[in-house]
Design a protein around this ligand. Structure first.
Ligand code: ADP
Ligand code: MG
Length: 336
């Protein structure tokens, strides 16, 4: 009797999951490839809405598109500048992240990063004098917001690249939920946003890239209903005439690309926006300060990989992480 019931339930479950419509959408936005995979009656419509939303958001926050809110703000000679609500919300969140991280996360580093040529891919090492001058324009504490008016000094400029894709993930997921989607995976250029679990009720399995070999992973993490967002030195960098690698994440105290003991930082929490801000923050902080930051703000998890192939993982998710068996010289430490 029990066995029949078991088989019937299994068949019923199989019918339910196999009836779940799946839709996959691929597109390019925010200078990266994106893939949205959703399950549900309206999966196709939900994916289309997500893609449309991300495209609209890019138009609002791009630093290079003249019609964007950020471009308008960055290129204004007079202040205040009125900013549309979505872009304004993100500016506020970015400034909040700057406050929380004591400036390790600094959304106003555009004068510096563009001097190094990161926006136009015309890479150069600026002279020390130029870096010092540009740094004076990167003080996020000088930004003031009143209703939808943003005040800052001429020459100052926002760059929301450290938080934008996470925000896009949050908001796109919100739109998809409006279509009744209870199961989806959004991969926004390697930044993962999960809605619920897989349609069969199990966790999603997410690969954590091997920073030393882009085509493999250091391991996999089982997760559901969270964002998993990585910042990595291997993503975007240039090699100077000195043979040195200069990465796209900047240290706001020196005006130079970050150089520390890390190769990648992954943040895991419900909010994609927070995770994206955090992943950049952790990268800037380096290992020791990142652990101290987490101890003060334990409302997220992380996987940090160092140059000497140590994988540091917070205790709550340690059991859900499986290291790739082929890896030589890597070791995992649980952070408590
Ligand atoms: P991506 O996923 O695009 O690599 P990250 O989350 O790793 O983005 O953030 C890197 C981006 O953040 C840079 O390309 C730049 O736009 C911006 N950025 C660089 N340094 C900082 C910093 N110290 N604080 C905030 N944003 C930064
Ligand atoms: Mg980030």
């Amino acid at each position: 009797m029990k066995k029949t019931l078991f088989i019937t339930l299994n068949i019923l479950f199989f019918m339910m999951t196999s009836c779940t419509k799946k839709s996959e959408t691929y597109f390019e936005s925010m200078n990266t490839f994106m893939k949205v995979q959703a399950y549900g009656e309206k999966a196709k419509e939900a994916n289309a809405a997500a893609q449309k939303y991300i495209g609209e958001l890019e138009k609002l926050i791009s630093v290079t598109k003249p019609e964007s809110e950020i471009y308008k703000l960055n290129n204004s000679k007079t202040f205040p500048v009125k900013i549309k609500v979505e872009a304004l919300d993100l500016i506020k969140t970015a400034l909040d992240m700057a406050e929380k991280s004591d400036g390790a996360f600094n959304p106003c580093l555009y004068p510096v990063s563009s001097a190094w040529g990161f926006t136009k891919k015309q890479y150069r090492i600026p002279p020390a004098q130029e870096i010092a001058e540009k740094l004076l324009l990167c003080d996020w504490k000088k930004v003031r917001i009143e209703a939808s008016d943003v005040y800052m000094e001429p020459g100052m400029a926002f760059d929301l690249g450290g938080i934008g894709k996470g925000f896009a993930g949050d908001e796109a997921a919100k739109k998809m939920r409006e279509f009744g989607i209870k199961s989806a995976l959004l991969d926004l250029g390697g930044n993962i946003q999960l809605i619920g679990k897989k349609p069969d009720g199990s966790d999603w399995t997410i690969g954590i890239k091997n920073p030393f070999d882009k085509n493999s992973s250091v391991g996999t993490l089982k997760a559901n209903d969270v964002a998993i967002i990585t910042s990595a030195g291997y993503e975007r960098y240039f090699e100077g005439p000195d043979g040195h690698k200069y990465i796209h994440i900047f240290d706001g105290t020196t005006g130079c690309p970050v150089e520390n003991d890390l190769v990648s930082t992954t943040a895991i929490a419900k909010s994609g926006t927070y995770c994206d801000g955090l992943s950049t923050t952790l990268y800037v902080l380096g290992l020791e300060k990142s652990i101290a930051f987490w101890k003060r703000n334990p409302n997220f998890d992380f996987i940090i990989i160092t140059k000497d192939r140590q994988i540091y993982i917070t205790k709550k998710i340690a059991k859900k992480f499986t290291m790739n068996g082929d890896l030589n010289g890597f070791a995992v430490s649980v952070v408590k």
